[in-house]
Design a protein around this ligand. Structure first.
Ligand code: ME8
Length: 518
């Protein structure tokens, strides 16, 4: 699309050994909000998510389920597509690593790296964790309660000894450090960037990139007894999806990616191995990797064995989709760890969505329905206070742009909320219900200022609460083609006299079931 700036962002591709849970929903949600924001801001967005279907971990899960890995991955991958639908994710593509386009891309990347002299054949003897799909050195390990060896993640490890191809990672220490140096924003938040830099400075060992002891994966070109290391396979998805090895069309437009969003658990793979693989193939490393924090459930680590895995579909059923979307990005400063609790969820949805914003809209729109002939009120001369509220609403966008580019979602929402709170203060001070008798003209003016402020708020909230914001915009009489950020100007302000539909509440309250009731 000529004229529009490209913006390419990706989620991790999720392992299909398990059903999607709140952590997966969280990462993709953050990307979805950013993708929607950028589209409304005029960018040509390419938003990718998908599933990571090869490797020993998936092979084992398929065996445990008693089916062949392909049927197993077909089934579980579908759960992630269903989640995307249920969460209203707007991804432009969904990649599966078992697709033909991906095999072609991985083998081409391998050949490129090998031709340039960065892959050699050797043999691996060391520890491997299937759960992490990662190699660990002796120094990394600790001893578990039964004397068993454990990876730093707590995962069990096994001793592996087999022929293996190696990637000459040790040679990429200096180029990687230069890459971080030249691109101060390429790893975020800053604390994570420092961790990555000290990891690389502590010295890099060559990385085993093929295995011969199992079969579920992409064969090494020219030596099909070897299966590519699942992380080399998985990371390559980001270029497969833009057409690699064809570097003309979508690749030329979208690569390097503007953002890889990941959880902190997989930062090393994205901020160290991936840029090294790319540079070794003569390709550009990504512009930015953001590692967000970890969710716990009512203070406890989320794990299958504790039986406290949070199913996003249940949350949607209980609290409502937009409520869940809002909560996840509002509750926790993005980048930090967060805790999911019923109480925190209800506080946010009732206190902020239902009270602050929902009541404001409902109050203003029902006064208009009753007192202004169900049409946009007339606009008179603006007082300083009127102007101040309209200026505050107009000032959200430039701030939100900057915050979104730094993935500070909670601060974007706080910026919008400052105006929501200001509008509530304004309505209380102006008391349009009292003006109805004393100065109906002024009442119309006040209500006009409020609906115009609401128009800004609703347009800006679309990325986070798309369905509710659309309903609010319907009630403000804003047509579907007037809802982008380009419409956040005075020239597109609501037209006095335009008819408005009957108002109805947009953000329901959560009502606790009676004590003792089911
Ligand atoms: O690692 N809190 O896939 P995966 C927050 N296939 N985020 C969480 C979370 C939690 N409790 N649990 C999971 C893989 N996540 C590889 C990725 S990419 C080329 C390959 C999110 O299914 C978070 O984004 O184990 C984390 O990084 C990701 O799920 C791990 O998903």
């Amino acid at each position: 699309m000529p004229g529009r700036k490209p913006y390419y962002l990706t989620t991790p591709i999720y392992y299909v050994n398990d059903k999607p849970h709140i952590g997966h929903a969280y990462t993709t949600l953050a990307c979805d909000v950013l993708a929607r924001f950028k589209r409304l801001d005029g960018f040509d967005v390419h938003f990718l998510t998908g599933t990571d279907e090869h490797g020993q971990k998936v092979e084992k899960s398929a065996q445990a389920a008693g089916i062949d890995p392909q049927s197993f991955t077909d089934e579980v991958s579908q759960n992630f597509r269903d989640l995307a639908k249920a969460m209203n994710f707007s991804n432009d593509d969904f990649i599966r690593t078992t697709e033909e386009r991906h095999t072609r891309s991985c083998q081409a990347l391998w050949r490129e790296i090998e031709t340039r002299g960065h892959i050699y054949l050797g043999s691996y003897a060391g520890w491997y964790s299937v759960r992490d799909e990662a190699f660990w050195s002796e120094d990394d390990l600790s001893t578990g309660p039964n004397g068993e060896k454990l990876a730093p993640t707590g995962a069990p490890v096994e001793w592996v000894e087999e022929p293996s191809y190696f990637f000459r990672l040790s040679a990429w220490e200096k180029p990687l450090l230069e890459y971080y140096e030249r691109n101060p924003d390429c790893v975020a938040p800053a604390s994570r960037r420092n961790e990555v830099i000290s990891f690389v400075k502590s010295g890099l060992q060559d990385l085993s990139v093929s295995r011969t002891s199992f079969g579920w994966g992409i064969p090494v070109p020219g030596d099909p007894k070897h299966i590519m290391y699942v992380w080399l396979d998985a990371l390559t998805n980001y270029i497969t999806a833009v057409g690699y090895p064809d570097v003309s069309g979508a690749y030329a437009r979208y690569w390097p990616a503007d953002l890889h969003m990941v959880g902190k658990d997989i930062l090393r793979f994205h901020a160290v191995y991936w840029p090294a693989f790319l540079m070794a193939a003569g390709l550009e490393p990504p512009k930015r990797v953001f590692a967000h924090g970890w969710w716990t459930n009512e203070g406890q680590k989320i794990s299958k064995s504790l039986g406290n895995v949070i199913d996003p579909l249940r949350l949607i059923e209980r609290y409502g989709l937009d409520q869940v979307r809002y909560f996840l990005l509002r509750e926790v400063p993005f980048g930090n760890d967060g805790d999911f609790s019923h109480r925190a969820m209800v506080n946010r949805m009732n206190g902020e969505l239902a009270n602050d914003l929902g009541n404001l809209a409902q109050r203003v729109l029902s006064m208009i329905a009753k007192n202004c002939g169900a049409a946009v009120p007339r606009r008179g001369r603006l007082t300083d206070e009127d102007q101040a509220l309209l200026d505050a609403a107009a000032a959200i966008l430039p701030k939100a742009r900057d915050l979104m580019d730094r993935q500070l979602f909670h601060e974007v929402l706080e910026t919008v909320w400052q105006v929501v709170r200001a509008a509530n203060g304004y309505v209380d001070r102006q008391a349009p219900w009292a003006l109805r008798k004393t100065d109906p003209e002024r009442m119309e003016n006040v209500l006009y200022v409020l609906v115009e402020a609401l128009r800004h708020i609703a347009i800006l909230m679309q990325p986070v609460v798309p369905n509710s914001a659309a309903r609010l915009l319907d009630q403000l009489g804003v047509s579907g083609d007037q809802r982008t950020f380009a419409h956040l100007t005075g020239a597109n302000a609501l037209s006095p006299g335009a008819p408005l539909p009957k108002p109805e509440g947009v953000f329901p309250r959560y009502v606790e079931a009676e004590e003792g009731a089911a």
